[in-house]
Design a protein around this ligand. Structure first.
Ligand SMILES: [Zn+2]
Length: 506
């Protein structure tokens, strides 16, 4: 052995002895590799199959299916090796009946009104002498929190349904909608850049004396709608209209809206298309009565139900916390039609379960505590994540990151990552660590999702969504068969790396 080699070896030994971080770094690298290699798309697919199957009936927030799916997730958290923290400031603490050890924690719950629609919802459309019954799911879906309906009236088209006299727009000008049923388009034209929600439109319709409404995506899609893969199908939707202001309404297919506005069947060119193009070009009213009538009939049953978040924990060595969350709830079985919600968001739930299974095997523990949260009520105005931020189980100012996964199983194979309160580059690094950096598209704030209440509370957020079109979005066709295991695997690798960066190497 020559002197040079002896010197180098001695240096190396000294640096190993003098610098314990060197050893830690190496073992930490190995633990990370073990964790990432343990991720299984088969397990995630099996979890999605269970969550989106008939057992949980589409997991509507506040229903018995919410409780059953919460129990299932709590069991999976426990089997993964997570601890279920004692929750004292949840508005209600409910027993999840886990094992014989008397553990009753891990969940926070609140009472919410749930609206369930019976299977006999009926929408009929046609001329006075011949209304035909339309197909729920394909031709229409009642708006979820729509009140009971037993109405019939002439249909009047009112453009996008916007009235804003200060800005010179009145989509109701020139028509009388009193005791009639209005038909308005989703969204708004580009020349009107101000917010105008669905609830605003319903209130305007009611103010004008309408007894009900139909709403549809127009045949002319905006660039945003095209990018999101919006289709002409009716979608599951909570109108968010306060009960005292609500009138019955349904989301109908674009094809049905076109049929309503055609003077005779199969008329060309499409009249609705022409009306929408004129609406998109100028603010003048295109309101017009149709020669068709609609009859809406259903009974909405309103109940109070428990909405449940499930929380599992890997305790850290320091005082700070990182949250990894995904919503579990979906739309249930309205009108007898099952909404499986495989991509939305059994997929995100499966990802957090799999990341939890991988990280509970890691030694030593993270420096920041990791809370895995399975939210309910996301589809209902983010009720579950708002419940958490209003009653956090650890202070929000020591919560250093909220990582949210929503829609993780369908698309073009790329990942859309929305970042607030962080340097974006950090999340390209995480992509490199996970070996998926060439698939990451980084953005700023991503509107909509359980990260929103956290962002509003000042917690930095990262939202991970599988990129590209989600053609089954809020449709009964969002089934496990449409899930791509490779996309799931990419998302799980990335989420593991991001969580690692935030909790183990802060
Ligand atoms: Zn959704």
């Amino acid at each position: 052995m020559n002197t040079w080699r002896i010197r180098t070896l001695t240096c190396l030994m000294v640096s190993l002895v003098m610098n314990p971080q060197f050893i830690l770094a190496e073992s930490s690298e190995t633990s990370f590799q073990h964790a990432i290699e343990s991720l299984s798309s088969d397990r995630m697919l099996a979890d999605i199959r269970t969550l989106s199957g008939p057992t949980f009936n589409g997991r509507q927030g506040g229903t018995k299916d919410d409780l059953d799916s919460a129990r299932w997730v709590a069991h999976e958290f426990l089997s993964a090796g997570l601890r279920l923290p004692r929750i004292r400031n949840g508005s209600l603490i409910i027993p999840l009946l886990i094992g014989k050890d008397g553990a009753t924690s891990g969940a926070m719950a609140t009472l919410v009104p749930t609206a369930t629609m019976p299977s006999d919802s009926v929408l009929r459309i046609g001329k006075t002498n011949g209304l035909t019954t339309k197909q729920p799911g394909t031709d229409y879906l009642p708006i979820f929190d729509s009140p009971s309906a037993d109405i019939q009236g002439q249909i009047v088209f009112v453009g996008y349904g916007i009235v804003d006299s200060a800005r010179g727009i009145d989509d109701y000008a020139g028509v009388d909608v009193n005791n009639r049923i209005v038909l308005f388009l989703r969204g708004k034209p580009e020349h009107y850049p101000h917010p105008f929600s669905h609830a605003d439109k319903v209130q305007i319709a009611q103010d004008h004396g309408a007894i009900g409404y139909l709403t549809a995506t127009g045949p002319v899609l905006s660039p945003y709608e095209i990018r999101r893969g919006v289709t002409g199908n009716p979608s599951a939707f909570y109108g968010q209209v306060p009960l005292e202001l609500a009138i019955p309404g349904a989301w109908i297919s674009t094809a049905l809206a076109q049929e309503i506005l055609s003077e005779s069947k199969g008329e060309l060119p499409d009249r609705l298309h022409a009306l929408q193009e004129r609406l998109n070009q100028s603010p003048s009213s295109q309101a017009v009565p149709s020669n068709q009538f609609a009859s809406l009939r259903w009974e909405t049953v309103r109940e109070e139900g428990l909405l449940i978040n499930v929380i599992g924990m890997i305790p850290g060595t320091g005082p700070e916390t990182v949250i990894v969350g995904a919503h579990r709830d979906h739309f249930g079985r309205p009108g007898g039609i099952l909404f499986p919600g495989a991509d939305d968001n059994a997929s995100g739930t499966a990802v957090i379960l799999e990341v939890a299974r991988a990280l509970t095997q890691v030694e030593p523990p993270p420096s920041r505590t990791i809370l895995f949260i399975s939210f309910s009520g996301e589809e209902h105005d983010l009720l579950g994540s708002r419940l958490y931020t209003s009653r956090p189980i650890v202070p929000l100012d020591t919560t250093k990151a909220m990582i949210n996964i929503d829609h993780a199983g369908v698309g073009n194979g790329r990942l859309t990552v929305g970042v607030t309160g962080f340097e974006k580059d950090t999340f390209l690094e995480a992509g490199k660590t996970a070996g998926v950096h060439d698939k990451i598209d980084l953005y700023g704030f991503f509107p909509g999702g359980d990260h929103v209440p956290f962002k509003e509370a000042g917690v930095p957020t990262v939202t991970v969504v599988s990129g590209g079109v989600h053609p089954h979005f809020h449709r009964p066709t969002d089934t496990v068969e449409t899930i791509d295991p490779e996309i799931l695997h990419t998302v799980a690798r990335y989420v593991l790396a991001v969580t690692w960066g935030q909790a183990y190497e802060p």
